[in-house]
Design a protein around this ligand. Sequence first.
Ligand SMILES: Nc1nc2c(ncn2[C@@H]2O[C@H](COP(=O)(O)OP(=O)(O)OP(=O)(O)O)[C@@H](O)[C@H]2O)c(=O)[nH]1
Ligand SMILES: [Mg+2]
Length: 373
Amino acid sequence: MSFVIGTAGHIDHGKSTLITALTGIDPDRLAEEKRRGMTIDLGFAHLRLPSGLEVGIVDVPGHARFIRNMLAGTHGLDAVMLVIAADEGVMPQTREHLEIIDLLDVRRGVVVLSKVDLVDAEWLELVTSEVKAVLKTTSLDGAPLIPFSAVTGQGKPELVATLDELLEGAASRPDLDRPRLPIDRVFTMSGFGTVVTGTLVDGALNVGDELEIVPAGRPARVRGLQQHNRSVETASPGSRVAANLAGVEKDQLARGDVLARPKTLGSTRRVDATVRVLESAPQPLAHGVELLLHTGTSEVGCRVMVLDGDAIAPGRQGWVQLYLERPIAAAAQDRFILRIPSPSATIAGGRFVDVQPRKHARHDSVVRETWRP
Ligand SMILES: Nc1nc2c(ncn2[C@@H]2O[C@H](COP(=O)(O)OP(=O)(O)OP(=O)(O)O)[C@@H](O)[C@H]2O)c(=O)[nH]1
Ligand SMILES: [Mg+2]
């Protein structure tokens, strides 16, 4: 059994430093990241917890400009570590990442109050109550808060024990015998060729599997598999996977593509979905608006058709049909986020209900009647 934990939180609050403190692995691998001292793209590490459980860790950037990378790293998470610097407290991307976690319905999480070496007890108390209040209306309400310092090591044993407790009751990801690997990284390794990485869901992958790249429809064969830097014959759902592929070049693949068994995963340009608009949304979700849709590791422009009314107000839920700019791999029940491209803001999120729907007329009563819970 293996699980995937992600980080979340505002820029410079200590996410990557925390991962290094926990695992000994620096998740910032790009030269530009090292030079600028900030995360730009996703980083990966792994950890064996005291229980023996192996977890993959995904580190995300906090900078608002790289939110699309954060979104690609936040699919398939079993738990999240929301990192909030004790000296700064709740900041804009603390809130935005928390909203995304909430919309994606990640329910297991821990808040790491980092940099506690920089504050006194009185200040820590103030920040703690601020954080508890902000969590209240989200899926992380009541999550444990752990004061932590990468400088003194304070909080590290408690955090590791808490991660074990969070995952103790977690069921492993379902094996639907329909493996999907939404790709988050593509690179070449000399002597091996094309390698892709991702968080595997819905089924296992085996060395030798003949797969299809969706939506392009191109075939690829699994030449080798790695989990946590070890070669394996089979990778199980719910784990971080690196797959060495034969029959496909690096430039024929990109983040957002999905590896699946041939003809098991459709691609689509139209989806029916249920959405919830954020209380903090800068505008209602209006009929006809053009937004960015993020699901799995993919990002695509879309036009929103509101099916019950002209707009869905902040804080409300409703039904929509989304028209996508280009086909993406999608399955019913997949979660997604909708963002306003400019000025960039998260507005809503939800779940696909039907990924091969017919075109609906406005105010289509059939939709409402068949979908109302
Ligand atoms: N004093 C102190 N400094 C810390 C601690 N953790 C991180 N820092 C410092 O805070 C700065 C930012 O840390 P990072 O780990 O890069 O922060 P981040 O959240 O990964 O930032 P982004 O990836 O850009 O969002 C670095 O200079 C760290 O050395 C801590 O516990 N105590
Ligand atoms: Mg970082």
